[in-house]
Design a protein around this ligand. Sequence first.
Ligand code: GLU
Ligand code: ZN
Length: 493
Amino acid sequence: MSVRVRYAPSPTGLQHIGGVRTALFNYFFAKANGGKFILRVEDTDRERYSDESLQDLYDTLEWLGVKWDEGPVVGGPYGPYIQSERFEIYQQYAKKLVEMGKAYYCYCSAERLEALRQQQMEEKSPVQGYDGHCRDLTAEERAALEAQGIRPVIRLKVPREGSTTFHDVLMGDITRDNKDISPDPVLLKSDGFPTYHLANVIDDHLMGVTHIMRAQEWIPSGPLHVILYEAFGWQVPTYCHLPMVMGNDGHKLSKRHGSTSVRDFRQKGYLPEALLNYVSLVGWSYDGEKEFFTREELEKCFSLEKINKAPGVFDYQKLDWFNAQYIRRKGDTELAELLMPYLREAGLLSGDGISFERLVAFVPGIRDRITLLSDIVPMCEFINDKGDPEAALLIPKKMDAAGTLNALKNVYDVVKAGLGAGKNDEELQQDLMDLAQRLGIKNAGVFNPLRTAVTGMAVSPPPFSCIRLLGNEESYRRIERAIAILEKEVNNG
Ligand code: GLU
Ligand code: ZN
């Protein structure tokens, strides 16, 4: 039997780290076993549904390069894959269950159910749930209620005796006494809408799902689902509930720890390959050693056996480290393409051909200094001229205005000549070090005034990288201006 797995999110919020991990594990498991990865949209909760969440689901999977074999947009043999388009199927199967004596119509009013709930709470009754009032209505009683125009719900007959067991690949056998299972949950609401349990079980069966890999918080639903499968006479799929994702402090990962939505990570400038790589290692490992995995590698080597039974820890710093590593592996042009949107957004570069070329030339100087793509913005703020730099800022420690002026004039000539001759950054750097030696001053005596002249800052990316980004003309203008400022300082001093 070939593997068929699904990711079945409810589009009621943005995709977050936990959800994406579930999606990736399912996807990799399918690929590694030559199976199919199904995307199913569980949008039965129309109140919490949003178009934005659905779009975010598609965008997130696309960004990660995760393609579903069957699902919305691409279709497939068991469609539709959006639950709101399958309501007739659920109605039909719920009726079937009633006919089979496994479910029944319930006409209880909201008031009665509320009173029941109150009473159970006051009595601290061990069983919270429906009391089975309508379980054994006769055909006549039902007809009378129907005649009053009451539209019933359909409830599952949860056996009151015995126990229900399901097997979980990671957790082993999980057994619940049936009396502890919430009695007789609603399967189909009076408006014909299915509840999660009904739609989920029917779809997993009809879509031929072989393994259910989902978050551990769904374990409590497991016994109920098994009762449903058995009521239908269907084979129960293999369960693999994934251990929770926690923050560093041992609590379930939440906004308290930092961003959890993939959209946030994406906006800050995490690379999809870094996020995919790191998230795959939260609760899974290959051999405990290898850390770098491409998507293609994971598609080959992922296995259920290597999933950790203990909760996975999501470490933001580790993700940052991965991101920085992946950034360092990017070529100049590719990285410039990724960075340009941030600079355009910040109004620092136009994104036209010339500005793009300049960014490509800037990249080698900063590739090792950024962790997130968005780190590029503060580094490039010097593009906007901040006006005349203070003379004091231009003069390095242990130098005076006259000495600095002399050094910068020489620097200017050397830089202009070098750029004119098409020298690269290394050659230019060497020229400046030679100059420092000729002048009998430290390297800082030539580099620092140049840096401050060009960027207006005492700390910046390498000066020649900055010149590449600004372009020669603007750089010359700023150096000339700094020379004029120093001249004034010398004359006044
Ligand atoms: N729609 C459920 C969710 O949002 C699916 C749970 C399951 O995978 O069975 O997580
Ligand atoms: Zn009832």
